[in-house]
Design a protein around this ligand. Sequence first.
Ligand code: SF4
Length: 383
Amino acid sequence: MEKENLFFEQGPYRPPSEAYSLLIRVTRNCPWNRCEFCPAYKGSKFQFRTVEEIKREIQLIKEAVEEIRATIDDQREAGFNEKTVNILSNNYFPENLLGIASWLSRGGDRVFLQDADSLVMDTDGLVEILRFIKKNFPKVKRITSYARSRTILRKDIKELELLCRAGLSRLHIGLESGYDPLLKMMKKGITAKGHIEAGRMVREAGISLSEYVLLGLGGEEMSREHAEKTASVLNKIDPDYIRIRTLMVRKNTPLYSRMEEGAFNVLGEDSIIEEERILLENLDGIGSHLVSDHIRNLLGELEGDFPEDKKKVLAIIDRYRGLSPDEKLNFRLGRRAHIYQSLDNFFLPHLFGQVEKIRRHLISQGGVERVEEEIISLMSGVG
Ligand code: SF4
């Protein structure tokens, strides 16, 4: 095998929770691509890939796995871990194979299907791909993908059950909001009712469900309704996971133009925390696991099982709300500069002192506005 020439196509995105998954691209880009806030695939045309093409690639990955194992045997390395990946790297092992080696070193048991909406494939084709993955990589225990609620509604429950039996373990859905006027304004292409129906179908079919909420999406104008209605939709779906994201208005989006025209007012970080509190306070009667695992979330440590951890996560929010304006500014700056990982870090004197020095320097240059500018600049460099 010409290992230097092996080429595995990769899409640009995966959820943070799929960092250790093998990425298999089953479609290219987003078949909808109209959401006003989303920069992900703007300017890129959606394309299906054929089942044959995808299977050929899975076959190549399998050959690569064998190649890697043979190389490791040559080195007489016991086991397979990060150390072996380093050995391969030091031996100028080709980049494309290092990704697969790294996947193997993390257990080699998870796969993520890219890009934005894999369920847009016809069910038989997707079932064939899932079975082919399982056949070639018997160790794989989890296969997940992004999907849109609207696409799910085009399938019936039997098709979803078939996908589940073929190995589809989890779907990540961009709920974003449960407030209809906001979903319409952002051209999400679905209503709250549609989100509820699709989410319930996924769960009924036995597929684990992860719903993504986008804080700040309603701007100043719709913040409260966004939080309350989103909680109400989540209460009706009762997903396995609720994942929090925070809006960042990117230049290549229609929402940016709307903001420039003054028709959308971005919510400040403290107001986003208020919105988050309303959302979490209104979650009721569900057994979801809450995750805030995106770097843009100000309070990344908001994690726990509902209902038992609801008080705990609200207490973290209230701890932040109890800070003085200067302390909040210090925390936001430190978090965006990656000095603080969590609010607990803020209370460590050496870290607080380090951030405070930067904050005071920026204040001396141009007051609070200069600090805010710096925070925005630090945030815009983040995914
Ligand atoms: S469906 Fe998802 S990927 Fe596609 S435009 Fe909307 S948010 Fe972006």
